[in-house]
Design a binder for this molecule. Structure first.
Ligand code: NI
Ligand code: MN
Length: 237
């Protein structure tokens, strides 16, 4: 059984997650909401955003960051260059960091991890250097530790993430094409040692063919593993 200790995690579709803490604070990861075809219509209007974490600058992770950043003035965590770009668009409170570091922001602590992926930001007809793609280990109030891998291939240093931070819940891309598919994600689960997994970044586009069923099939030998195959809009709490 997953113990979320008062935190509610809602999958908004694709890589976007909303975490509501016991005190009612809202943490948003990878804000692609308004034009995200996977996000249920009734979830598109947000009441508040206190903290926003961004894994990289591709539109399907950052599309609403500027608007939400201006509307709600959240604390924003991203890699240095992406924060500089957000600042150039008039967003305040973007606290750029880098991999291996941890920052406390609001009620959470975020550690930036490696990800094997690119990070250009489409800005009009130009692609701006956005730094590197990353993932996050996030310590939530109550002591729950989760890992959002961002967009990534599997990499052997996921073993270090498991050793160092012991995430109880891993949010892993499984769609293939732009990220790991189920075959790679199954190895990622073994490297991380996480006993709870929420698959993400699949089915949004036709190329993203990986499925939770395939991931379950490839990991059925791992005793105690629970794969929480949410539908967009569903939560664990
Ligand atoms: Ni990407
Ligand atoms: Mn993506």
């Amino acid at each position: 059984m997953l113990k979320t200790r008062g935190n509610k995690l809602t999958w908004l579709g694709h890589a976007a997650f909303k975490i509501t803490t016991a005190s009612g604070k809202v943490i948003l990861i990878d804000p692609w909401i308004a034009t995200n075809p996977a996000c249920p219509a009734e979830m598109k209007k947000l009441e508040r955003v206190d903290t926003m974490l961004i894994t990289h600058g591709h539109f399907d992770h950052i599309a609403d960051a500027v608007e939400l950043g201006k509307n709600f003035s959240p604390q924003i965590v991203a890699i240095h260059e992406t924060c500089a770009w957000l600042g150039s668009k008039g967003v305040k409170n973007a606290s750029g960091m880098n991999k291996g570091g941890t920052q406390k922001t609001g009620e959470i602590e975020a550690t930036m991890t490696h990800a094997v992926h690119s990070c250009g930001i489409q800005d009009g007809d130009k692609i701006i250097y956005g730094g590197e793609a990353c993932g996050y280990v996030i310590r939530l109030p109550g002591g729950m530790t989760i890992y959002h891998a961002g967009d990534t291939a599997v990499f052997s240093d996921m073993k270090l993430i498991g050793e160092l931070y012991k995430p109880e819940l891993a949010l892993l891309p499984i769609g293939d094409f732009y990220t790991m598919g189920p075959r790679e994600a199954a190895l990622a689960i073994r490297l991380l040692g996480a006993m709870h997994v929420i698959p993400m970044h699949f089915a949004t586009f036709p190329e993203l063919t990986g499925s939770p069923e395939e991931l379950k099939r490839l990991t059925q030998d791992i005793s105690g593993l629970e794969i929480h195959a949410l539908k967009p809009g569903e939560s664990v709490e």
